[in-house]
Design a protein around this ligand. Structure first.
Ligand code: C2E
Ligand code: MG
Ligand code: MG
Ligand code: MG
Length: 277
């Protein structure tokens, strides 16, 4: 039994592993032509001002509309593009497209909101990144104060002097910075403050736990209170129901996003009536 069984499970395992490697190679190869073939698009998800009940920002979330694979979610191709270096070109496309769409919304007369763009560590470490951001703001005509870059905590594990310098030059452009998925890594809020982050986004796993147990409530309210004491604002990710929302409003969380308000969708699918003109 054991011999046969282990042999089978080994071949099953190696079959799955081969498939995973093959998929990854396909994705890496096809990514090369994705920009050229215009296969990327951005879905935008509103971030609400919880006290005012109005949109205060939009997060840009990339999608890949592959001719055979269909809609490929970012978790499947962003890590591959980071390994291959393709994230540099993809990230540039996202930044340019999101800034130019936001400028367009402003020109159409909608009350302005921030555009939040996810940036990978590889991009932030690229020597020309600050110049790139500056150039895109100039080209699109978007004022720096409407752009926010979201980075994850892993960035803070990097070489701190160079990192501090890039963050300071980015801040000097007048844009804002936030920490995404906060609470899943090992950073303290005080450390974030030293790097002059403006906002902390509470990871959606904690927001989901608000309904589950006392620790979800304890963790979210502690993050909110401490971030506020250190002069940072707080955004809650992944709000899916009114129980989570009222808890967060009560704890004075500044902003929130999630399916409860709106799913991410393309610019022209947004019901622009929810934005004030
Ligand atoms: P993220 O930045 O934390 O983005 C939030 C994710 O949560 C999005 O997944 C969004 O669709 C999802 N979400 C929003 N509200 C809810 C909710 O109420 N419930 C649930 N269950 N999920 C919700 P998405 O779009 O699949 O993106 C996944 C991740 O991919 C992002 O996580 C971000 O880390 C990365 N990503 C997306 N676009 C880009 C990009 O342009 N560049 C880079 N470097 N990374 C990106
Ligand atoms: Mg994000
Ligand atoms: Mg997040
Ligand atoms: Mg996430």
């Amino acid at each position: 039994y054991t011999k046969k069984h282990s042999k089978n499970s080994f071949s099953l395992f190696s079959h799955e592993l081969n498939k995973e490697i093959a998929d990854k190679l396909t994705i890496e190869r096809e990514l090369k032509s994705a920009i050229r073939n215009d296969e990327f698009l951005i879905h935008y998800q509103p971030i609400m001002d919880l006290a005012a009940g109005k949109i205060s920002a939009m997060e840009a979330l990339i999608r890949w509309n592959h001719p055979e694979l269909g809609m490929v979610p970012p978790d499947r191709f962003i890590p591959v593009s980071e390994e291959s270096g393709q994230i540099i070109a993809i990230g540039k496309w996202v930044l340019y497209t999101a800034c130019s769409q936001t400028k367009q919304w402003q020109q159409q007369g909608y009350a302005p909101f921030r555009i939040c763009v996810n940036i990978s560590t590889i991009q932030l470490q690229h020597p020309n990144f600050v110049q790139l951001v500056k150039g895109i703001l100039e080209e699109t005509g978007l004022e720096a104060k409407w752009l926010e870059l979201e980075v994850t905590e892993s960035i803070l594990l990097e070489d701190t002097e160079t990192l501090k310098e890039s963050l300071l030059s980015l801040k000097a452009l007048g844009i804002s910075m936030s920490i995404d998925d906060f609470g899943t890594g090992f950073t303290s809020l005080n450390y974030l403050r030293q790097f002059s982050f403006d906002r902390v986004k509470i990871d959606r796993s904690f927001v989901q736990d608000i309904n589950q147990d006392l620790s979800g409530k304890a963790i979210t309210s502690t993050i909110i209170a401490l971030a506020h004491k250190l002069g940072m604002e707080v955004v809650a990710e992944g709000i899916e129901d009114s129980v989570q929302l009222s808890y967060l409003v009560n704890e004075l969380c500044n902003e929130g996003q999630g399916y409860y308000f709106c799913r991410p969708k393309s610019a022209d699918q947004h019901d622009l009536l929810i934005m004030d003109k």
